[in-house]
Design a protein around this ligand. Structure first.
Ligand code: EPU
Length: 420
């Protein structure tokens, strides 16, 4: 198992390119199950989670082809298994995204029930109840969600009790081939949901309202192949911007989308960053200054994303002043706090809020990553520390950040990967 060794204390400076968004690539890959024609997906990030999704499609009998430009072509007409095994689901919860497409196109699906994980219990009850409202028979047995439908799923009015990103995506995919109209209320408005909807529309789906909290889908007979380019990763973008701000540096991120990062850019400005944006780039300059502490509260889009909470905790840990960070989406997303305190941070957890008193500098230490975004925050903590930090269990980071050490090296960071 690899580790990252970081010798901190350097202000990041330079330019990097942002990869395609993991959380829109994964549902788009699942959406290829909705047609027997070939779907070409461009701008796929090179990540473990993408490899896991390719493996999942492979174990169903689908053989994705990677072309010379590293685009992936997926033709699901050779599918002969309709199940997502526990071995894959336990490494990637997003495997649940095959449930809706398999059920609506083939009338059956078995997907291992994802368990809890490092950030919370994360049930999938809303996925299940929505598909049941559309006529599916679902039992949970032997650790699997076993779903079937006699004939086609039928459109339904679905009110989501909680805003759920993959839940909205699963229902949207299922509804695109269902009989009649489906209305999803309290739908997730995340840009990744919109990206999936845009891909489905390119495949011939009839979807309106994506990006609002009411999505209306009129089922069609069949979907067709298409070529689709995945949108840029807003969380990767934000993570590098925060890393530059925490280290009092300068960064230009290219091939990204400032319009979907408003809540994050506004917090970075409050922290003292000067920000300039163009159509597909963002420039951040701290002019060598220490960041000011910021307070924030996570919530579904367009509010501040939970996937960027840990990184802001790292920034606050060396900021001027005291900041409070409240997590409202997941119940247990503060595992990074204890590791940062081992590096000399002054952070206390009070219910679903952390109070961070900024200190002058952190001290390097061996730390352990517990989930994807926590790993990113520990790397930022390592970059602002005054000595060597070793981040263990970095398989988490490889699930969601493409070539993170190479990109940070481009920005001047002293970071290297070593086998444990
Ligand atoms: N929830 C339920 N029941 C459900 C579904 C969700 O109670 O049936 C709860 C969850 O437990 C959570 C809240 O609703 O408390 C929101 O969860 P959501 O379903 O929106 O999360 P998700 O779809 O499983 C996606 C991203 C996460 C991101 C969240 C929130 C993907 C593949 N994953 O997860 O990304 O944190 O939305 O924005 O899109 C990451 O990339 O590191 C990551 C964890």
């Amino acid at each position: 198992m690899d580790r990252l060794i970081i010798n901190g204390g350097i202000s990041l400076e330079g330019e990097i390119r942002i990869a395609g968004a993991k959380n829109s690539a994964l549902p788009i890959m699942a959406a290829t199950l909705l047609t027997h024609e070939t779907v070409q997906i461009c701008n796929l990030p090179h990540l473990y989670d993408i490899t896991t999704m390719l493996e999942l499609l492979g174990c169903m009998g689908v053989q994705p082809i990677v072309d010379e430009k590293l685009n992936v072509e997926i033709n699901s007409s050779s599918i002969d298994h309709f199940s997502a095994p526990y071995e894959l689901v336990k490494t990637m919860r997003a495997s649940i995204l095959v449930l809706g497409p398999l059920l609506t196109r083939y009338g059956k699906a078995e997907v291992a029930l994802p368990g809890g994980c490092a950030i919370g219990s994360r049930p999938v009850n809303l996925h299940i109840s929505a598909l049941e409202a559309m006529g599916a028979d679902i039992v949970v047995e032997d650790g699997y969600i076993k779903a079937s439908v006699d004939g086609k799923l039928k459109g339904a009015n679905i009110f989501m009790d909680l805003v759920t990103v993959t839940g909205t995506e699963n229902v949207m995919m299922a509804a695109s081939l269902a009989r009649g109209q489906t209305v999803i209320e309290n739908a997730a408005r995340e840009p990744e949901v919109v990206d999936l909807a845009n891909c489905l529309v390119k495949m011939g789906a009839d979807i309106k309202g994506q990006g609002t909290d009411t999505i209306v889908i009129n089922g069609v007979e069949a979907l067709a192949g298409c070529s689709y380019s995945v949108m840029p990763d807003r969380i990767e973008t934000g993570t590098y911007l925060i890393a530059a701000a925490a280290t009092r540096g300068y960064i230009k991120v290219k091939d990204t989308r400032p319009d979907i990062l408003e809540s994050v850019l506004s917090k970075l400005e409050q922290a003292g960053a000067q920000i300039n944006v163009g159509a597909n780039w963002i420039e951040l300059d701290m002019q060598g200054k220490r960041p000011r502490a910021v307070s924030l509260r996570t919530a579904p889009y367009p509010a501040f994303p939970t996937d960027m909470q840990a990184q802001f905790t790292a920034l606050n840990s060396v900021a001027d002043g005291t900041g409070s960070i409240t997590e409202t989406v997941f119940e247990n997303r503060f595992m990074h706090v204890h590791e940062m305190n081992r590096m000399g941070a002054s952070i206390r957890v009070e219910g679903n809020t952390v109070i961070v008193d900024g200190v002058d500098t952190l001290k390097g230490a061996p730390v352990m990553a517990t989930d994807l975004r926590a790993s990113a925050s520990l790397i930022i903590a390592g970059l602002v520390s005054d000595s060597e930090t070793s981040v263990d269990r970095i398989y988490h980071i490889d699930r969601g950040y493409e070539c993170i050490e190479e990109k940070l090296q481009l920005l001047g960071a002293r970071i290297r990967r070593v086998p444990s």
